[in-house]
Design a protein. Structure first.
Length: 143
């Protein structure tokens, strides 16, 4: 799918270079598939600069930052994304996941439980919630 995603993002930018979504999508391809960290960082920055209210640009940049070991910056970016789109199941889960990755297990548990309350059928927060309890050695917790 990466070649199709890249082609679509490049075509979008060819048509309109001011689309935050296209810059963010191309940055995501560069991060996830090309491993071109500098291009990814630049693309995420451009997306956020074009549309500071586009939550997905902050969300994806947050994952990039976490991958680069910049934990506190990652959590701050994810908090910004969540603040911009607090009703998004994706933003809520991603915040819980970043908190888990930052080893903020109590906060992660609270956020993941909030996400599950939003949609009990969404599997990913259940998985990460279990991992957070495991890290806290809370093996008696029932999910």
């Amino acid at each position: 799918m990466a070649p199709k995603a890249r082609a679509a993002a490049l075509k979008s930018l060819e048509l309109d270079n001011t689309l935050a979504e296209a810059h963010t999508s191309l940055a995501t391809v560069r991060f996830n598939y090309d491993w071109d960290w500098n291009a990814a960082a630049s693309g995420f920055s451009t997306g956020r600069g074009i549309d500071p209210s586009y939550a997905t640009a902050y969300q994806r940049n947050s994952l990039y930052l976490m991958s680069m070991g910049r934990t506190s910056e990652s959590v701050a970016e994810m908090n910004r994304a969540h603040d911009l789109d607090p009703l998004s199941i994706s933003m809520n889960f991603s915040l819980g996941w970043r908190l888990y990755m930052a080893r903020e297990y109590d906060q992660a548990i609270e956020q993941l439980q909030n996400t599950i309350d939003m949609d009990p059928s969404f599997v990913l927060p259940h998985l990460v919630l279990g991992q957070a309890y495991e890290q806290k050695k809370a093996f008696d917790r029932r999910l």
